[in-house]
Ligand binder design. Sequence first.
Ligand SMILES: Nc1ncnc2c1ncn2[C@@H]1O[C@H](COP(=O)(O)OP(=O)(O)OP(=O)(O)O)[C@@H](O)[C@H]1O
Ligand SMILES: [Mg+2]
Length: 344
Amino acid sequence: MSGVEVAVEGLTKSFGTQNIWRDVSLTLPRGEVSVLLGPSGTGKSVFLKSLIGLLRPETGSIVIDGVDILQCSSKQLYEIRKLFGVLFQDGALFGSMDLFDNTAFPLREHTRKSESEIREIVMEKMELVGLSGAETKLPGEISGGMRKRAGLARALVLDPQIILVDEPDSGLDPVRTTYISQLLMDINAQIDATILIVSHNINLARTVPDNIGMLFRRELVMFGPREVLLTSDEPVVKQFLNGTMIGPIGMSEEKDEAQMAHERALVAAGHHAGGVEDIEGVIPQMRPTPGMPIRQGEIRRQDRVRRILPSLPATAQNAILESMADSEYLEELSEGLRPESPSL
Ligand SMILES: Nc1ncnc2c1ncn2[C@@H]1O[C@H](COP(=O)(O)OP(=O)(O)OP(=O)(O)O)[C@@H](O)[C@H]1O
Ligand SMILES: [Mg+2]
């Protein structure tokens, strides 16, 4: 079992006269972990729902496993949906079902497995997310973090090849957020699933993904290898990653030039703009827990990034080359995996 690529081309979505985003193109590489950032209301959740065919963009294509889900039959869409495991922003648990039945739901719906097989899978996934013992609890009786983890267990029961997670960190403390991040890395290592995480969390964005994208002002501002965004001078990307008030993102999303100039003057006069403005550059990426399998996505990514390297900005190129040079881990991995080079 391994992940599949998701190729999005020229996607535009509106509700009535309200355009949410337009001409969005990006490819989630097979088995890699990507994060989609963007201020509130920029349509991240709408994008995620579009990927599984719950919402229908007006134009563009979404090709998964050779099928454009905006053109295919409903039977094909049903088959494609089985490739997905989705953790919705609100967890989307059924309030009247206990955690066991919630987690078992996709298995009962989509497979003909026996109840004893279902029990085995459910217990395994509940253990994976640290919920053993909570099977009989109702969603209303547990904390927000536990609901997130239950939603994740349910997203995993069909062994998905594509995992979409909408704000896994919302409502979680920083430590639990790190645990969830580690869990997603470990799952990626174990099943090589293609993962897209929607998040506001700067720390998660800096440490977890192979690729980062950002939605702003109805457009995908950027999408690419993590090093490209983490070293970017693009004002909106910089502002978001540093969490400061200085930049194009305002309380109601957008600011005009006059307002930005006014704010820069205030900061020049010593006003604190919030955030962590002096954090710059690329910090090491989170790894699977020791003992986990090698991330196949990371190995494929190394080749992929090497190929596109000349097309990337110089700062990103340097960051990539540095991290490759640092990465004894990857060297060891590739030595272990590649056929030996022919002796001369
Ligand atoms: N089914 C719908 N019908 C009409 N408008 C919708 C629908 N779903 C979302 N929207 C609108 O689309 C816009 C984007 O919403 P979305 O939930 O995708 O934002 P988001 O980026 O996920 O925000 P947040 O970070 O707060 O979760 C909002 O203006 C929202 O009101
Ligand atoms: Mg959302």
